[in-house]
Unconditional design. Structure first.
Length: 105
């Protein structure tokens, strides 16, 4: 489980590293969270009822940890995590809200 404490509230995500369609992506997110990489980074893209994106040090969707992962393609949307709790937080997220802490349990 990935637990995100944000300025909008808390989110818990189940990383799908073992049975998901993007095991490398899920494992990388867990490793970065354990290192504190996401602390104080913001959500840079929020499209209601579709997607939220954050955790980019540049804040524009073009930054990252300094290395790239290979593409993990799927015939449908690639699932690397599923929301376990925090639906109201997810619904209220706005561009600029911050990730205060990220931890893996």
């Amino acid at each position: 489980m990935l637990r995100l404490r944000t300025t909008a509230g808390d989110l818990t995500l189940e990383l799908r590293s073992a049975d998901g369609e993007a095991p490398l992506t899920s494992a990388a997110i867990a490793a970065l969270a354990a290192r504190g990489f996401y602390r104080s980074l913001s959500w840079h893209r929020v499209v209601p009822d579709f997607v939220v994106q954050g955790g980019d040090p540049r804040g524009d969707g073009e930054g990252g940890p300094g290395w790239a992962l290979p593409d993990e393609h799927s015939p449908r949307y690639t699932v690397f995590a599923e929301l376990h709790s925090g639906e109201s937080t997810l619904d209220s997220l706005q561009v600029g809200d911050e990730i205060l802490t990220a931890s893996v349990e």
